[in-house]
Design a protein around this ligand. Structure first.
Ligand SMILES: [Cu+2]
Length: 625
């Protein structure tokens, strides 16, 4: 067995040459069958401990797997960097399609230095990300293009890498667990409403899971089984030789969570703890910050495992697990959103129980927002508040085998014409004001007819940014491409190889895909409401001197507190008493709304009507180059 070097990881110098990490993901040697067999043995030894062997059916939702992975990560992260890369390369060569190896490689490297820039996982483990398009007659297939966008899988996979539940929770991890998944649901609902499919319904204990699950799923990813429609749940699920989950136990955990939220108290091992969203999120996830696993169990993870095992509850037939077993494949399955809608029902009860904001909780003295408008950047085709989306063929360069022989995969994905927000701000104070602008978008389909409270959780965060506003009236501009929600930039293996990687900021790979920032809308134009509120960043900011970096909204900051002190999703983080956004706009002077139209075009240059102004077409073409 290879001896461990048990030095502290902090003693190693910063490793600026990111390309030297690539062999950990793209081994330099070819893998013949004999090589793989010998690499397997070497790879297992690299993990320093006989209990840390490569797990073939690895699931981040399995606590046993995660503890084993945590052990391997801790051991590996102690190696000097060059030895670590060497060990990871050996493992990858031996297990080129292993999710486990990718998982621990990324965690071990980031445990040494969270600023390391790693290649996107959809390039280095493409077998987990790209399957043939889903076919068939199931109406849910109308949203396959969204669920199967590689960027969503990458975002979700990376989020769970940087927030592992088997380590002490990071700053506000539980709250972010709730918020990030709630935002996935809000974005999914936006797309569903555009297709007249209705908002997603919950599936979980007490939420319809005693009836057959109507959604089937076949993502056609190797190693993930399909699930026929109308599968019932079994009463008992067996994982390995000694791990059994009783469905009734999950019902009990759910009951205890709702009971505790209603009472406002979580029962800790040493007494009662007031419920906060963070504590509740930690308990539901369930990470090491759980109030009490004996009482509240491991609800979120066990739900994933049970649903992934519906085909073969007791493992009698050796059927592979379904998509819900992996953080990379789960978002491809319609039931992921139904399960998380159930999980969010627990959080929603907490939000509903919070005292609603009064006008004075929201307003800021001396600041009012006069207007907001959105314009496609440099594009005269649309006009004010007319946003354009389109489906396009995206070519992904992937490395399924020999790193010298990349394979290009083509997928149809959504994209949009970049746009700019222009917000007119009035500052009647005598001093410049440091403001944080929070921008949301909600479908007017959802907003029509009901109260604002009924659709509060359909608001999708689009951006959050800080700007200094001097006394007087100022127009603040913001590009959609700078959004705090999306990945700041896509970095590819090629960029890393050729050194086209800037050292500014930290890119952990977590962040909403840039191409999906704007929901698709409809060919005829879908009305949506943009909502902006500006508040005092000197009060709200944890460190007001620091700007908000890309992807911070859903992913937080690496090795730093979540930078915004307000509850995540503010001001839609709790029950709302304003009847409509218009009423809110009237009463709260520092917020403003606008109605926009999101039109899905065949291509970005397509005009809504036929006559063409050559100059306009030329302008719009420049924009998509
Ligand atoms: Cu989940």
């Amino acid at each position: 067995m290879k001896p461990c070097s048990c030095r502290s990881s902090s003693s190693f110098p910063r490793y600026a040459a990111h390309s030297e990490l690539l062999p950990a993901f793209l081994p330099r040697r070819h893998t013949t069958r004999d090589q793989i067999l010998s690499d397997n043995a070497r790879a297992n030894n690299c993990l320093c401990s006989p209990s840390c062997e490569v797990i073939d059916d690895f699931s981040t939702f399995s606590e046993a797997h995660m503890i084993q992975a945590g052990c391997a990560v801790a051991q590996l992260a102690r190696l000097p960097r060059s030895s670590l890369v060497d060990a990871l390369e050996t493992m990858k060569a031996g297990h080129p399609h292993s999710e486990y190896v990718e998982y621990i490689s990324r965690r071990a490297l980031h445990a040494q230095d969270p600023t390391l820039i790693l290649p996107p996982i959809h390039q280095t483990l493409p077998s987990l990300f790209f399957g043939p398009p889903e076919g068939g007659r199931d109406p849910e297939h109308r949203l396959s293009w969204w669920r199967e966008d590689p960027g969503i899988a990458t975002h979700h996979f990376n989020w769970h890498i940087y927030y592992p539940y088997t380590e002490p929770p990071r700053d506000r991890q539980g709250e972010l667990f709730a918020y990030m998944h709630q935002q996935m649901l809000a974005r999914y609902d936006f797309e569903r409403l555009a297709l007249d499919m209705g908002r997603v319904t919950a599936y979980g204990p007490g939420y319809g899971w005693n009836s057959p699950l109507k959604e089937g799923c076949n993502i056609r990813i190797p190693g993930k089984s399909f699930r026929p429609a109308n599968m019932p749940l079994a009463h008992l699920y067996r994982f390995g030789w000694c791990s059994v989950t009783l469905v009734d136990v999950l019902s009990r955990h759910k009951d205890m969570l709702f009971y505790s939220v209603a009472r406002g108290i979580l029962e800790g091992p040493e007494g009662n703890i007031p419920v906060s969203m963070d504590h509740l999120g930690n308990t539901v996830e369930a990470n090491m910050g759980s109030a009490n696993k004996k009482i509240y169990g491991n609800l979120h993870n066990q739900g994933h495992n049970i649903i992934a095992s519906m085909n073969d509850p007791e493992g009698e037939y050796g059927i592979e697990k379904g998509p819900m077993i992996s953080t990379a494949t789960a978002p491809k399955d319609p039931v992921f959103y139904r399960w998380h809608k159930f999980i969010d029902a627990i959080f929603e009860t907490f939000r509903y129980n919070q005292v609603p904001y009064e006008v004075e909780d929201l307003e800021m003295a001396g600041i009012s927002l006069e207007s907001v408008s959105l314009n496609c950047h440099g594009n005269k085709v649309g006009g004010d508040n007319a946003l354009i989306t389109f489906m396009k063929e995206q070519h992904y360069v992937t490395y399924p085998g020999n790193p010298e022989q990349p394979v290009t995969v083509t997928k149809e994905i959504l994209d949009h014409v970049p746009f700019r927000y222009t917000i007119k701000v009035r500052n009647t104070g005598a001093e410049p004001a440091l403001l944080v602008f929070r921008i949301f978008l909600a479908s007017c389909v959802g907003l029509e007819g009901g109260s604002l409270e009924e659709v509060r959780n359909t608001f999708v965060e689009m951006d959050k940014f800080v700007d200094l506003v001097p006394p007087g009236i100022l127009e603040v501009s913001r590009e959609s491409t700078d959004s705090s929600v999306i990945l700041p930039e896509e970095i590819t293996v090629d960029d890393i190889k050729s050194g086209r990687v800037s050292e500014e900021g930290v890119r952990c790979g977590c962040g909403w895909p840039r191409n999906l920032l704007l929901p698709r809308g409809t060919p005829g134009g879908m009305k949506a409401k943009v909502f902006v509120i500006a508040t005092d960043w000197m009060v709200d900011g944890v460190n007001p001197d620091e700007a908000l970096p890309g992807s911070v909204s859903y992913c937080g900051k690496t090795n730093a507190p979540y930078p915004d002190k307000r509850d995540m999703g503010f001001p839609f983080d709790r029950a709302i008493e304003f009847g409509s956004v218009e009423e809110m706009e009237r009463k709260v002077r520092n917020c403003v709304t606008a109605t926009v139209t999101i039109s899905q075009r065949k291509h970005p240059q397509q005009r809504p009507s036929s006559p063409k102004d050559p100059q306009e077409v030329e302008n719009s073409f420049v924009l998509v180059k």
